[in-house]
Design a protein around this ligand. Structure first.
Ligand SMILES: *Cc1c(COP(=O)(O)O)cnc(C)c1O
Length: 435
């Protein structure tokens, strides 16, 4: 797979270079020059295959020139070692649970695959890869847990003291092995500033092989296509082949992967982009004007994004043709009040506890159905995180129903390991130089 930059279609880089650079110099995003079509035979019989088999078929179509089959198979079985069930909640209504990985959020798919792709490309004897991440909670957990125990890599994770939830802190600070956590006496912005300064520092770059492993890395997008195919397979087994997906969206990576799956040949009728009041994309599809905004804080905080970084990828997939996008993508926004009402409704009507992000995807299905009564497709709304990660949002009676998964209870007995630092760069630099 060769890649170009969304800002320069003449550029050609290898997959390996795109993975280690994350972003082209011109600040575009990497996209594949060619998107292969999966053969009809595979789609026709997709219900015969397991998630790892489906994942391997897709990954091989994209990456067979870069990673030999046997290695790719091994890499996938290590990275995608948890389920992604489409759970039936009502007639033709399914929730796709993407939270069965170690950090209890869908970002595990991307982070685990990326870490193993990076480790694969680090040949024996090559310099240790140092991943630096600043986190406000969630992304850092997925990256830390994604790299945990991966040979020839080390993760240093900075988080703001007192500003992550107890479960998030457990996920960040109980790992040991190749993961170091630093509790910074400051805000998330301070953490991010420290990491940015480190990437710009000559002395650090001379001594270490630094990477950000950030969320726009192309190797995070590919594994997210797997579960769209796998869900289609699960529904096909039940005789349902007209399918719409509703995707709770912030940076639009998740729905971007869905649209990549569509371009690879997955026959999906419609994608619904569901946002909170950070509605840059729904406004764009309504007005034709793409206007980013500073983000507003909401209950669905992982979607508080005013300038969605992956939108350019979606534009690129459709060659900039907004009408073509609108044929496949419907977008809706919802407020916090609506989110809370939806959480209650999902509990009462469907006997299911949905996290706030998931609740927004549910609302979007309801709205889509009311606007398109003739469309009798099965609807799948994506559940991007486990409800236990957002304990403060639920009314008490619903909170009481949330079961804490064993990934979390297993951490509770482990000691917290975190180093404390202030917000001065010299302190952070000295910490890194000490190794
Ligand atoms: C990151 C995240 C999202 C948004 O996904 P994008 O790919 O950024 O659109 C939604 N829900 C949860 C729980 C997340 O962590």
């Amino acid at each position: 797979m060769k890649l170009y930059s969304t800002n320069n279609k003449n550029l050609r880089v290898s997959f390996k270079d795109a993975v280690f650079n994350s972003m082209p110099q011109d600040k575009g995003l990497y996209m594949p020059v060619e998107i292969p079509q999966l053969d009809d035979e595979f789609i026709e019989h997709i219900d015969r295959y397991s998630l790892p088999e489906i994942a391997y078929t897709i990954a091989s179509a994209l990456l067979k020139d870069e990673i030999p089959d046997a290695d790719l198979k091994a890499l996938i079985s290590e990275a995608i070692n948890f389920e992604a069930p489409a759970v039936k909640l009502a007639d033709k209504t399914f929730v796709l649970e993407l939270f069965h990985g170690p950090s209890l959020a869908f970002k595990d798919f991307g982070a685990r695959f990326m870490s193993r792709v990076m480790a694969y490309f680090l040949k024996d004897g090559e310099q240790l890869l140092d991943v630096l991440v600043a986190t406000s909670g969630d992304t850092g957990g997925a990256v830390a847990l994604g790299f945990l125990g991966v040979p020839n890599t080390r993760v240093t994770i900075l988080y703001p003291e007192g500003k992550v939830s107890p479960i998030q802190e457990l996920q960040l600070t109980t790992n040991g092995q190749n993961i170091r956590a630093i509790e910074v006496k400051g805000t998330f912005d301070d953490c991010q500033a420290l990491v940015k300064q480190a990437f710009a520092d000559d002395e650090l770059n001379a001594k270490f092989r630094l990477t950000s492993a950030n969320s726009i890395n192309i190797s995070r997008l590919i594994p997210q296509t797997f579960y769209y195919f796998n869900t289609y397979a699960q529904l096909k087994k039940q005789g349902l082949t007209d399918v719409v997906f509703s995707v709770p969206s912030g940076n639009f990576g998740n729905i971007g992967a869905g649209l990549l799956a569509y371009k690879l040949g997955l026959p999906i009728k419609q994608f619904i982009a569901a946002t909170n009041v950070n509605d840059t994309v729904p406004r764009f599809l309504e007005t034709g004007v793409y206007e980013t905004k500073a983000s507003t804080q909401t209950y669905s905080n992982a979607m508080d994004v005013g300038a969605p970084s992956n939108w350019v990828r979606i534009m690129d997939l459709f060659d900039g043709d907004v009408d073509a996008i609108k044929k496949v993508v419907t977008a809706y926004r919802f407020t916090d009040d609506e989110t809370l009402e939806a959480i209650k409704e999902i509990d009462q009507k469907l006997n299911y506890v949905a996290c706030p992000h998931t609740a927004i995807a549910y609302l979007a299905v309801e709205k889509y159905r009311s606007e398109n009564p003739a469309d009798e497709s099965a609807a799948v709304f994506l559940s991007t995180a486990h409800a236990c990660k957002f304990p403060d949002i639920f009314p008490e009676d619903i909170a009481a129903k949330i079961e804490i998964p064993e990934q979390v209870t297993a951490l509770e007995s482990k000691p917290k390991q975190a180093d404390q630092l202030g917000i001065d760069f010299e302190g952070f630099k000295n910490y890194l130089l000490k190794g």
